[in-house]
Design a protein around this ligand. Structure first.
Ligand code: SAH
Length: 391
């Protein structure tokens, strides 16, 4: 999820978008993740009180196709395009499918709540895997379509689609055994829907219930990126002969969602934060995490790059996926934070610092990031604080 304001960036360094023709049958997807998932840390939840994601007050009836672009502006999940992008992200969707189909023991005779069901794909997987009943809750107009899809596939007896916000709807049951959701946004927490999942967990999940996925980890690394930084940042110095460098500041502050080539990576990859979705408490919205990035070769560093892994630890075998630059690209790509300085780093030298992540006070769906970094190297000595805002 989390792609409401999909950025129409060209892919980084002209990497090609994934082919959109998808072969579900024989697609092999990496479903195990790195062993960095042992530590348990609590993390962010974000108070969200906006209507932008959700369609207000339209009943669950068929045949409503009179939406205008204004409606879609406030309710982009009502349009099929965003769901098409998510469904065609094979790493994402196939991992959920593998998790569900290869762990039928989890679903047998169980009641499932699908938080933010979209087209209903996860509910359909769960129904097919033998769930006793699935409640598919979706706040956008896509709920109407999900109901049609459920009917067309003969699952109306097992799946109940409910149109509304998780925070506002009533469930026909007091408790559920499993909560499944695809809530992750860019930079993991952008357009945060995690709070909605935590709300559902605390309200309806039985004591020994399962949250799928139950772990998410944020990582940081550093890259050489001279060419693209030039194109995205220095570009503003001279635009058809005019000085637009005042836009540079704004461009620098905005993390760039794009794919990074693994050959650009100069340092190790540092784990910043592990979120335990089954245990973390709401109100833990912000965190500061220290990092130490050690150069693996002599190079220049232009940006730090964040990405995340997601895992399902309640499976028979650990399953999950990574959105890192060394893994197959997903629609989350990576998040690039350009540095004011170009760091001339020698092999073995360290960039140390910390990253603070917090929801913006005015708009909790936006994320404020504060980066502190310093390098005390033989050829370069820098210490700086930079602020970014994802919006
Ligand atoms: N589960 C689907 C869709 C994931 S995208 C899939 O995996 O393909 C997340 C969905 O959650 C969107 O369709 C969005 O409209 C919905 N959503 C976001 N916040 C919600 C809330 N508070 N209550 C109900 N649905 C929500």
């Amino acid at each position: 999820m989390g792609r409401r304001k999909v950025k129409n960036n060209d892919n980084h360094n002209s990497m090609k978008q994934q082919n959109t023709s998808v072969h579900f049958e024989d697609e092999e997807v990496e479903t195990t993740v790195s062993s960095n998932l042992e530590e348990s840390v609590t993390v962010a939840d974000i108070a969200i009180e906006d209507e932008a994601m959700c369609d207000a007050g339209v009943s669950l009836v068929d045949g409503e196709d009179d939406k205008t672009s204004a409606d879609y502006y406030f309710d982009s999940y009502s349009h099929f395009g965003i769901h098409e992008e998510m469904l065609k992200d094979v790493v994402r969707t196939k991992t959920y499918q593998n998790v569900i189909y290869q762990n039928k023991f989890l679903f047998k005779d169980k009641v499932v709540l699908d938080v933010g069901a979209g087209t209903g794909i996860l509910s359909l997987f769960c129904a097919k895997a033998g769930a006793a009943h699935v409640y598919a809750v979706e706040c956008s107009q896509m709920a109407v379509t999900a109901k049609q899809i459920v009917e067309a596939n003969g699952f109306s007896d097992v799946i109940t689609v409910l149109k509304g916000k998780i925070e506002e709807i009533e469930l026909p049951v007091a408790k559920v055994d499993i909560i499944i959701s695809e809530w992750m946004g860019y930079f993991l927490v952008f357009e945060n829907m995690l709070n909605t999942v935590l709300y559902a967990r605390d309200k309806w999940l039985v004591d020994d219930g399962v949250v799928l996925p139950d772990k998410a980890s944020l990582f940081l690394t550093a890259i050489e990126d001279a060419e693209y930084k030039d194109d995205k940042i220095e570009f503003w110095n001279n635009v058809y002969g005019f000085d637009m460098s005042c836009i540079k500041k704004q461009a620098m502050m905005e993390p760039l969602v794009d794919t990074v080539d693994q050959n650009q990576i100069v340092t190790n990859c540092q784990l910043l934060k592990i979120m335990d979705i089954s245990k973390m408490t709401p109100g833990d919205a912000s965190f500061t995490a220290p990092f130490k990035l050690v150069a693996q070769r002599n190079d220049y560093i232009h940006a730090l790059v964040a990405h995340f892994d997601v895992s399902f630890t309640k499976c028979h075998k650990l399953m999950g996926f990574s959105t890192g630059p060394k893994s197959r690209a997903t629609h989350w790509k990576q998040t690039v934070l350009y540095l004011e300085d170009v760091l001339t780093i020698c092999e073995g030298e360290e960039i140390t610092g910390s990253m603070t992540v917090a929801p913006n006070k005015k708009n909790p769906r936006d994320i404020d990031i504060m980066l502190k970094y310093s390098l005390n190297g033989r050829r370069c000595s820098v210490s700086r604080i930079q602020n970014y805002k994802m919006r």
